[in-house]
Design a protein around this ligand. Structure first.
Ligand SMILES: [Fe+2]
Length: 190
């Protein structure tokens, strides 16, 4: 847990990790996502972060840091810091996920595969149509199902940085890029 981010209260992060490990060990796969979302909702008020170094921000305006990978490969925990104007490529995930907003506000635009010719398609991903946008502030927790559900992009439409905490149901320690399925012709990460 080195680098640009650090928790001022490591106990809360340890508790979140330990309880997530217990849930993913004891519950059926289909129950992990809502149960972990409840844990994350309880933990968010107790987590604080420090700003990242500029060098950690990628070309899309955000910086990731892995915080924990479950030794048995059941889940991973990461922070993402979103600079003003940051925006991920459109993507889906190869695992269930839970996301909580720690500070600032982030937007999320969701997509689905195009089924109606009257709907406007997305130029950079022509088989998809936008299904809406929302803005989420501190304390908000959202969940995402594995691809092909839950296709989205995250962005920071504000003038201040935002930070989010993520838990994904797969081991991302060796290959973080394995999380994402890209729907744009880009090779960077989110
Ligand atoms: Fe995502």
């Amino acid at each position: 847990m080195d680098g640009a981010f650090c928790f001022r209260n490591g106990t809360q992060l340890s508790k979140l990790i330990n309880e997530t490990a217990a849930l993913t060990r004891e519950l059926e796969d289909c129950s992990h996502r809502p149960a972990v979302a409840s844990l994350l909702r309880l933990a968010l008020p107790h987590v604080n972060t420090m700003p990242p170094a500029d060098s950690t921000v990628n070309e899309h305006g955000y910086a990731r840091q892995m915080l924990h990978a479950d030794p048995d490969g059941r889940f991973s925990v990461m922070l993402i810091r979103w600079m003003p104007g940051a925006c991920t490529p459109i993507h889906g995930h190869n695992a269930w996920g839970c996301v909580g907003v720690l500070e600032g506000e982030v937007g999320c635009e969701t997509f689905e595969h195009k089924t109606c010719e009257t709907q406007p398609c997305v130029p950079e991903a022509p088989c998809l149509v936008s299904t809406g946008k929302l803005l989420a502030g501190p304390g908000t927790v959202a969940t995402v199902d594995p691809d092909p559900c839950g296709i989205h992009r995250i962005f920071n439409p504000t003038t201040t940085p935002a930070t989010t905490l993520h838990i994904y149901g797969m081991d991302l320690d060796d290959e973080p890029e394995g999380l994402n399925k890209w729907y744009q012709n880009q090779v960077s990460s989110a």
